[in-house]
Design a protein around this ligand. Sequence first.
Ligand code: HEM
Length: 218
Amino acid sequence: MLEYSTKDPSFTEEHIREEVDTFMFEGHDTTATSITFALQAIARHPEVQRKIYEELQTIFADDPKRKATHRDLQAMKYLEMAIKESLRIYTTVPMIGRTLEEDIQWNGMTLPKGLMINLFLYCVQNSDVSNKDPEVFDPERFNAENSKDRHPYAYVPFSAGARNCIGQKFAMLEMKSTISNVLRNFELLPPVPDHKMILKNDAVLKSDNGVFIGLRSR
Ligand code: HEM
C-alpha cells in the first residue's frame, strides 16, 4: 500500500490507515473471540473433546511433539466441524449493517433506498427456523450429510455476498492451529462451580462476566 501510494497520490495515508484498521480489527478480535468461545464449548462437551483428541492422536501418530503442518490442519475434519458449530452458536460478529441501494419489498412494506438496516446473524444462526434444537452444541450438524440441504443463508458466521469475510480461510487455519495446540497439551475442563456466561454484542460477541475454562496438563 505504501508503494502504491507513491504511484497514485489519490491513495492517501488516510486510506492506508483505514485499510490497516480494517485488517487489525476484522482479523484480530474476531479470531481471538472465536477461539475463546470454541475452547469453552469444547470444555463443556467431553465427548466432543474426546473425538477431537482422538483425531489429533491419529494425525500426530508419527511424532506427538512435532509442529502442525498445513496438511495436518487440513486433516482436522472433526475439529473443523466443532469450530463451525461454535461459530454458529457464538456468532462472533452478531450483527452487520448495510445501506440499501434500491427499494426492497419486505413483509408487505417498502424499505426505501438509502435506508440503513442491521442484519442479526446471531438470530439467524440461533433460530429454530434455520436449525433444529439450536441451543444444542452438535458438531455433526456440519458433517457432509447434514450440510447438503442447508439453506445458503442459514449459516453465515463470515457473512455472505460481495462483502463477506475475505479472511475466513485464514481464520479457520488460525483457529485450528491454536485450538489443536491447546488440546494436544491440555485437557479442557468445564468451570467449577458452573458459570453461565452473559453474552453481549460489543461489535464482536463478548461474555460480560468472563469466560472460565479449567486446564489439566496431558
Ligand atoms: C473467526 C474469525 C472471523 C470472523 C467470524 C469474521 C467475520 C466477518 C464478517 C461477518 C464480515 C462481514 C462484515 C459485513 O458483511 O459487513 C467480515 C469482513 C471482513 N473480514 Fe472477517 N472474520 C474473521 C476473521 C478475519 C480475518 C482473520 C481477517 C484478515 C486476516 C478478516 C478480514 C476481514 C475483512 C478485510 C473484511 C471486510 C471485507 C469487505 O468489507 O469487503 N476477517 N468478517
